[in-house]
Write a protein that binds this ligand. Structure first.
Ligand code: BJW
Length: 243
């Protein structure tokens, strides 16, 4: 189902700033797994065992194994940005007003597609940081509990630079400021189950009176909160929206 013409008109209103939220569904057609679909990551792993600070304390080997595996998957040459990532990067260059892309994804497919005004609110798979000294660095080799930090040389502190349950997502002030003044909010490929991202649609709608659009394979948990929706594959719907 194509988007309604009034959405296309909003996109042509050059004064409107746009905030776009993406989730795992946008990277699905690049070959990466989503989380909550039947073949998703949480069907194979227990969230509480790999994606919480407590899991890292109790079983760092399992947590490192989980993220080492996902890094190997992401770095497979077959995994490339798809038409939806590329269309969003193009929107940023051609839209005269601000476009802020906020992704929940820790993959680097938006970066590789060329998006610049981009926030990884749940962190980045290809970065690591040290719990001892705070060093944030680019990942270079599989991590284990005995891997020493190159800065403070201590072991046991290096962890994936990702946001686990119970941890504060990144750059929230910048995101809330953009939501409070945007004319259009678009959510793409997210099930709307994880907060605070799941609440962005209400903030955009209430605080700035933005038009809101959900693009997803199926209605997400917050589907009724959106003004407009379009259901299908991101690689078809996103290029159709922005080109
Ligand atoms: C397609 C498609 C195709 C498929 N085309 N579409 C308020 C109420 C209740 C609870 C809370 C609340 N506020 C906070 C919480 C707690 C918690 C939370 O939300 N819990 C809920 C589960 C209830 N939130 C947090 O803990 C967050 N922190 C926080 O709030 O801090 C504040 C604070 C801190 C301390 C003290 C006090 C306050 C942190 C959340 C961290 C999320 N982390 C994860 C994993 C880490 C990164 C990683 O390993 O990758 O992030 S969980 C996982 O879910 C991952 C994702 O980014 C996130 C969202 O998933 P996403 O992207 O929506 O994926 P799916 O699989 O769910 O959906 C994919 C969709 O795509 C599906 O709908 C498909 O249909 C669709 N699709 N193919 C288009 N081709």
């Amino acid at each position: 189902m194509p988007l309604r013409p009034d959405i296309i008109n909003i996109l042509r209103d050059e004064a409107a700033t746009i905030v776009i939220l993406t989730g795992a569904g946008i990277s699905k057609e690049s070959g990466l797994h989503t989380f909550r679909d039947p073949d998703g990551i949480w069907a194979k792993y227990d969230i509480s065992e790999v994606a919480t600070p407590e899991a890292f304390i109790n079983n760092p080997d399992l947590v490192h194994h989980f993220y080492n595996d996902r890094r190997a998957g992401l770095l497979d040459p077959a995994i490339q940005p798809n038409k939806a990532h590329i269309a969003l990067a193009r929107l940023e260059t051609k839209w005269p007003s601000d476009v802020l892309l906020v992704t929940q994804n820790i993959d680097d497919l938006h970066d590789r597609a060329g998006s610049k005004n981009l926030i990884h609110m749940h962190g980045e798979l290809l970065k690591i940081r040290c719990n001892h000294c705070g060093l944030l660095t680019v990942w270079s080799a599989p991590l284990g509990r005995d891997t020493p930090c190159t800065s403070c040389t201590k072991t046991g502190g290096l962890r994936p630079h990702v946001v686990w349950f119970g941890e504060m997502p990144l750059e929230m002030e910048r995101i809330y400021a953009a939501l409070a003044k945007c004319g259009l909010f678009i959510s793409i490929g997210t099930s709307g189950n994880v907060y605070p991202a799941a609440g962005f649609v209400q903030i955009a709608s209430k605080e700035s009176g933005a038009e809101t659009v959900e693009i997803n394979l199926e209605p997400g948990s917050g589907a009724s909160l959106f003004d407009h929706s379009s259901y299908g594959r991101a690689t078809e719907l996103v290029p159709a929206l922005v080109d």
